[in-house]
Design a protein around this ligand. Structure first.
Ligand code: MLT
Ligand code: ZN
Length: 471
């Protein structure tokens, strides 16, 4: 279906000359996803700059049954923000809605519009001597609206929770153009159903989030970072439990890096360095933070690592002695997705199981994957502090990218079946989009799926909101 020209004209009038793109070269960046798995087409990329404009767009699209694909920083991994290839859907970019509407340091809250880049939100909080704790590799380009719509995770979930837990309220434009204002920054409100959570993580299929009240926290004044060399994942989980205990739960990040991931980074990403003078099977990037000026924090970290070293659970350890060294540790961690991309094809599984079961799961998943893809490199890394693993496979000298890709479906089935046996998640943090829609249909509880469909029907009866995603 092509969108009639008079409707396109009305849409252009709603947003004005600065609010749309319709030339192929200008629209290009909005038409493919970050991983280049999908390519779409559209006659118009709309770039409204107010909630009222978004409301007018949706009311008109609802009337004419036109699909609308909300898009933030376009850094997603599942094709959730890419329009269909037939040109029948519009892209709605929130990137011009980037005002911080309010910040109340006393209330530890701020109201940010959907198009605010995550780094901008973090900087605004910091300028007010506060912390907005969500952090991810793409913080410099992902947007709050996308973080909300995908319920983003990242590297501080262990301490502060996922995006959902960092939100007090949202403003949403519904499919018919009505505005649902749930922005009041209340920490307690039991007056009826809590609708906020319905829209968080819905990937734009139920409405468009245009702004959010976000929770702020005291700004950390003491941060200690260490890299520990480990015999493996089991030891990592043990070490994490001890660190949480010894520090009084001040562990902010606990990221696992297997040696193979570090090697890929060393080969493919300039500016990364081997952290020790010999290789070790695995590493944990550990960060502890306190809102107080706390010289003891470093001692706690040192002492716990020393005890683990004695017990053989840690093989070596380095505490960051400077900001530059801390940044070097983080650079190594953040380089891994890029390194994997540069190493050629990658079969990605974004899974989670209870933290205590993680090491066993990883062992079994490795065996299952290698049985299907002998010779593959298992690049299993991630935010193990919250139970999630990016259980990825890369090609190797003995297994070509082509041979690896040919087995993608088989490996995915085996890994996700195993995840299901652990009652884990086949999408721990990257969402569903179009990539994992069939997985959701396959693994989700039928009652839950039926409820999701009822919700979709109730909130978007004409099916205009991000059609073809999630369900
Ligand atoms: C990460 O933790 O690095 C990201 O979620 C990306 C990835 O899966 O590669
Ligand atoms: Zn991740």
């Amino acid at each position: 279906m092509t969108i009639p020209e008079p409707v396109l004209r009305e849409l252009r009038d709603i947003v004005g000359p600065a609010g749309y793109l319709d030339q192929p070269d200008e629209m290009e960046p909005y038409l493919a996803d970050h991983r280049r798995l999908y390519r779409g087409a559209t006659p118009l990329v709309l770039r409204p700059d107010s909630t009222e404009q978004v409301a007018a767009i949706l009311a008109l699209c609802n009337e004419h049954r036109i699909g609308v694909v909300p898009q933030g920083g376009n850094t997603g991994y599942c094709g959730g923000a890419t329009p269909s290839a037939d040109g029948s859907q519009l892209v709605l970019s929130l990137s011009r809605m980037k005002r911080i509407r309010a910040l109340d340091a006393l209330d530890y809250s701020m109201v940010a519009e959907a198009g605010c880049v995550l780094a901008q939100v973090r900087a605004a909080a910091e300028a007010a001597d506060r912390l907005f704790p969500l952090n991810l590799g793409s913080a410099g380009s992902c947007q709050i609206g996308g973080n909300l719509s995908t319920n983003a995770g990242g590297t501080a979930v262990l301490r502060y929770g996922v995006m959902r837990e960092l939100v007090l309220g949202v403003e949403v434009v519904l499919a018919d153009g009505r505005v649902l204002d749930l922005l009041a920054p209340l920490r307690k409100n039991n007056a009826g159903y809590d609708l906020r959570d319905v829209f968080i993580g819905a990937e734009g299929t139920l409405g468009v989030i245009t702004a959010a009240s976000l929770k702020l926290f005291p700004r950390p004044r003491t941060v200690e970072t260490a890299l520990a060399a480990l015999p493996g994942t089991e030891a990592a989980i043990e070490l994490l439990a001890r660190l949480r205990d010894a520090s009084g739960d001040l562990v902010t990040s606990f990221e696992l890096l297997p040696r193979v991931a570090v090697e890929l980074a060393l080969i493919h990403v300039p500016g990364t360095a081997d952290p020790f003078d010999r290789p070790y099977p695995a590493y944990a990037l550990i960060e502890l933070a306190s809102a107080r000026i706390d010289p003891e924090l470093r001692q706690v970290l040192e002492r716990t690592l020393a005890q683990a070293l004695e017990a053989g659970r840690v093989l070596d350890a380095a505490l960051a002695a400077s900001l530059a060294q801390r940044e070097a540790f983080w650079r190594l961690r953040e380089s891994i997705p890029k390194a994997q991309r540069r190493a050629g094809a990658s079969l990605k599984h974004d899974v989670s199981v209870p933290v205590g079961a993680l090491a066993r799961f990883e062992r079994e998943a490795t065996a299952v994957a290698l049985a299907i893809c002998p010779g593959a490199r298992i690049v299993s890394y991630g935010h193990v502090g919250d139970g999630s693993l990016h259980f990825n496979l890369s090609p190797s000298a003995s297994l070509s990218a082509q041979a690896l890709l040919a087995r993608e479906e088989q490996v995915r089935r085996a890994v996700h079946d195993l995840v299901a046996r652990y009652r884990g998640s086949f999408s721990a943090e990257h969402g569903i989009g179009q990539l994992k829609r069939d997985e959701l249909a396959r693994y989700a509880d039928p009652v839950r799926l039926a409820l999701m469909r009822s919700l979709k029907q109730a909130l978007d009866p004409n099916g205009i909101m991000n059609p073809g995603k999630v369900l």
